[in-house]
Design a protein around this ligand. Sequence first.
Ligand SMILES: [Zn+2]
Length: 210
Amino acid sequence: MRPDRRGFVQGSLLGPIGLMLAGALAPHAAALEHATAMEKEKAMTDLPPPPGNDPSQGQMLANLRRANAVAGRALEAGHHPFGAVLVAADHTSVLLEQGNLDVVNHAESTLARLAAEKFSAEELWGMTLYTTAEPCAMCAGTQYWANIGRLVYGISEARLLELTGSSDKNPTMDVPCRYIFEHSQKGIRVWGPFAEVEEEIVALHRDFWS
Ligand SMILES: [Zn+2]
C-alpha cells in the first residue's frame, strides 16, 4: 500500500481523537522549545515513519553544509540565500540541488515539485529534504504533498525572522513546520535546528536583509 494512502486510511479513523490531539499539541510544542534537535524528533507523531535508517548526525551536518553551498550559489546568482538538497535513502547520494528563485519559488518547494516529477511517491518517502532554513508553510506543505519522508533544517524560521525582520524582500512567517506536519496524516520525521551549522548559514543572511 502506498504510504500516502496508508496515512489517509489512518487519518480517516481519527475523528474526535484527532481534534483532542490537536488541542494537546500547543503546550507540548512550548515544552519542546529548548529541546535539542534529536529530542524534538522523538516527540513527533505516532504515525508510521518512513522506512530504513535515519541519517546520522554527521550525515545531517554534511548534507546541511551541502545545502548551504547551494544557498551561496543562489546568492551569487542574485537570488535570496536559501538552498535545499534531496538526498537518497543511503543518506549520502545527493539527487537534486535547488537554490531560491523568487518569492513564490522557494528552494524547498521548487525542489519538492521537481522531485515529485522525477521520483515515485514510494521512492520519495524514503528520501530526505535538507534545507538551510526551516521551511515555510508553503514549502512544508509541498514536501508533504510530494511525500518526502524526512526533513532536516539548519536554522529555525524564528531565527530567520530575526534576520529578515520587516524586510519586504522576505516577509518571513512564524509557523513552525512541525505544526504543519503534526496536523497532517503522515509520519514525516523532522530534525532541526542545528547549532553546529548556525553560524555558517547565518553568515549568508546577516548583511543581506538590512
Ligand atoms: Zn518556503
